[in-house]
Design a protein around this ligand. Structure first.
Ligand code: GDP
Length: 414
């Protein structure tokens, strides 16, 4: 089996935002820093890497659910991040729901000026319904009227999961320089606003020391509340190590008790690298989540599939697109087992055996042919006659993944 990284180093994420909060810009910066794009196109030029279709270019919004694989080093180890392109517009909420089913975590972007907007609330509640763990990124801190603390408070008051700031900003608006990492208690200051994105780790500036201490205390208190052992240590006045705190926050994020909050300005190239670190630190890999459930069509019984290579194959087709070069591309998320290029698969939804052509790992600017795809991974299949929403599985062990429901959004959308 040819995994690019072990399954615990894999993150399948979506980036979700109210329109204009900076999803496209943040996605492009992520692709740039992870080294997979060589040319960056600004949104207004209509050349965004994730915008595959002409129609999207015209509208400036992203409506397809292509995925892009990229790689990020954290703690000296290579991690793979698959970005599942979730649509941001409420008109396309059926697509939002479909993508929720295949992603394991979300980077939720808010504008530091506009704050929590109605569309953010609606999308947040969709994520609640699908139990998706989240980290939040308060973007546009360079803009006039940006206020990290106000938006943090809005998240606390309007949304369902308790936020915990793991950073606070240094400077604001035109003078936004960087962030204070409240875990390491260091300042990260960007040296330039261009794409080079060089930064320096410095001591906390003197006039931020009190504020940083106050917010660190708040962060520690919020985290220890989710962990009995740490709470005991805390009450006894013992020192709690950074790694213990990070681990507890990871667990609380995956259990959807807490949402780590970070900040920056994607446009000015500040804050995106620490955001990638946070994706690795706090969002789950496929093995951190419970097994997927489905119905065996022969027995009508509910069965589970664990994210293991030696389980029977099972995958969900979440997007079918026509591609100018390859013809029909079916994007699949594999939940268990593995699939080889050139083999056969059972389309349980249609009740027929189907041939699998080539398998492609889609990068921002290239596509890589792979020989097999394993539990937890996402790829595009060429030449499969499947429709969006089909379950594919091992013929001897058929399963239909729980039927997608489209419940009414909890709040009305303005
Ligand atoms: P999307 O609709 O969420 O994908 O948002 P875009 O990424 O297209 O951003 C909307 C507009 O805001 C574009 O003109 C961006 O250049 C701009 N923008 C995005 N991020 C920032 C930021 O951090 N600071 C500033 N000043 N502008 C930003």
């Amino acid at each position: 089996m040819a995994r690019a990284v072990p399954i615990d180093k894999l993150r399948n994420i979506g980036i979700v935002a109210h329109i204009d909060a900076g999803k496209t810009t943040t996605t492009e910066r992520i692709l740039y820093y992870t080294g997979r794009t060589y040319k960056i196109g600004e949104v207004h030029e209509g050349a965004a890497t994730m915008d595959w279709m002409e129609q999207e270019k015209e509208r400036g919004i992203t409506i397809t659910a292509a995925t892009t694989a990229c790689f990020w080093q954290r703690n000296g180890e290579k991690h793979q991040i698959n970005i599942i392109d979730t649509p941001g517009h409420v008109d396309f909420s059926v697509e939002v729901v479909r993508s929720m089913k295949v992603l394991d975590g979300i980077v939720f972007i808010f504008s530091a000026v506009e704050g929590v907007q109605p569309q953010s609330e609606a999308n947040w509640r969709w994520a609640d319904r699908f139990n998706v763990p989240r980290v939040a990124f308060i973007n546009k801190l360079d803009r006039l009227g940006a206020d990290f603390y106000r938006v943090f408070k809005e998240i606390e008051e309007k949304l369902t999961i308790k936020p915990v700031a793991v950073q606070i900003p240094v400077g604001a608006e035109d003078n936004f320089e960087g962030v204070i990492d409240l875990m390491d208690m260091k300042a990260i200051i960007w040296l330039e606003e261009t794409l080079g994105a060089k930064y320096e780790i410095r001591d906390i500036p003197a006039d931020y020391v009190d504020k940083a201490q106050e917010w660190r205390e708040r962060m520690v208190e919020t985290i220890v509340e989710t962990d009995d052992t740490l709470m005991e240590k805390y009450l006894e006045g013992q020192e709690i190590g950074v790694e213990e705190l990070r681990k507890a926050l990871r667990k609380a994020t995956i259990n959807r008790q807490l949402v780590p909050v970070l900040c920056g300005s994607a446009f000015k190239n500040k804050g995106v690298q620490p955001l990638l670190d946070a994706v690795i630190d706090y969002l789950p890999s496929p093995v951190d989540l419970p097994p997927i459930k489905g119905i065996n069509p022969n027995t009508g019984e509910t069965e589970e599939r664990k994210p293991l290579d030696n389980e029977p194959f099972c995958a969900y087709a979440f997007k079918v697109m026509s591609d100018p070069y390859a013809g029909q591309l079916t994007y699949i998320r594999v939940f268990s087992g593995n699939l080889k290029a050139g083999s056969y698969v059972f389309n349980v939804t249609r009740g027929e055996k189907q041939r699998v052509g080539r398998l492609l790992l889609m990068h921002a600017n290239t596509r890589e042919e792979i020989q097999d795809v394993s539990a937890g991974e996402i790829c595009a299949v060429v030449g499969l006659d499947a429709a969006t929403g089909d379950t594919l599985s091992d013929e001897k062990h058929p399963i239909i993944l729980e039927k997608l429901e489209f419940p009414d959004p909890v709040i009305s959308m303005a």
